[in-house]
Design a protein around this ligand. Structure first.
Ligand code: ATP
Length: 246
């Protein structure tokens, strides 16, 4: 069997004395996508933080391409190719769209040197502007002048500029009108890459299942269900697990 891109083994973690994730294990294959579902407070963002290195597990381990990264910092994980587009966006309000995107490519420029790094950054800009044409049109506008949907596109674009092999998207459609959310997922599909794994936290199981290969439902910090999207579509256990119905 191939080594999974990402592997969580029996991860337990929380805040202060309260455990939020309990014994959670998960594998993600290279080039595949996973939707992380669950009610408010189930632990989805906490799981993204554990993967990105913003929170260190109390117990258990995280492996990336077979290497134990449990004790690596967020910065080291980003150098390995793990990028998080956080919930709440976190873009630089006083920088332009293009400057925000360039910030996302800093690590690439450091890794590949000026010449190749610069070419890769220009390629990245093309890719992001093709997927999100509105960002191209407004490339000189400051982050603070963008709508919520545009800020979210920029946060995703910035994460992509780092050329990640694992992209973590925390609620990319939070607060967006259904039409804009639909456009967001069209763009995400157009950005799919056989060399990249994606984990997306979603509040809409319908959108999530249309996009991702697999769905995992967290319930009170434990994995309640882990199925392919095709199985989930025919399986009302998804709805039961998602809404906490036994
Ligand atoms: P939502 O859909 O509301 O974002 P979620 O599934 O992403 O929910 P988490 O954000 O992971 O859930 O939170 C899980 C639990 O941990 C919640 O009870 C939350 O109140 C708690 N929690 C999250 N962040 C912190 C923190 N920094 N300090 C203390 N408790 C926290």
């Amino acid at each position: 069997m191939n080594t999974p891109l990402l592997s969580l083994r029996d991860v337990t973690v929380g805040y202060r004395a309260t455990a939020v994730l309990k014994d959670v294990s998960l594998d993600l294959e290279n080039g595949s996508s996973l939707a992380l579902l669950g009610a408010n407070g189930a632990g989805k963002t906490t799981m993204m933080k554990v993967i990105a290195g913003l929170l260190r597990p109390w117990d258990g381990a995280v492996h990336f391409r077979g290497e134990d990264i449990t004790r690596l910092s967020a910065e080291d994980r980003s150098s390995l190719g793990i990028a998080l587009a956080p919930e709440g966006r976190g873009i630089f309000a006083t920088l332009s769209i293009e400057e925000n995107l360039q910030m996302g490519a800093l690590a690439v420029r450091r890794r590949f040197g000026r010449g190749q790094g610069r070419r890769m950054m220009l390629d990245g800009l093309d890719q992001v502007y093709n997927a999100f044409p509105v960002l191209a049109k407004r490339r000189s506008d400051k982050g603070c002048n963008l709508s919520g949907g545009q800020q979210q596109m920029l946060a995703i674009g910035r994460a992509l500029m780092a050329r990640p092999s694992l992209l973590l998207l925390d609620e990319p459609c939070l607060g967006l009108a259904p039409k804009v959310a639909g456009e967001m997922y069209e763009a995400l599909v157009s950005l799919s890459d056989a060399e990249r794994g994606v984990i997306v936290v979603e509040e809409s199981s319908r959108r999530a299942l249309a996009f991702a290969d697999r769905a995992c439902v967290l319930k009170l910090g434990r994995k309640a269900l882990d199925v392919t999207s095709a199985e989930a579509g025919e399986d009302d256990r998804l709805i039961q697990a998602y809404f906490g119905i036994n």
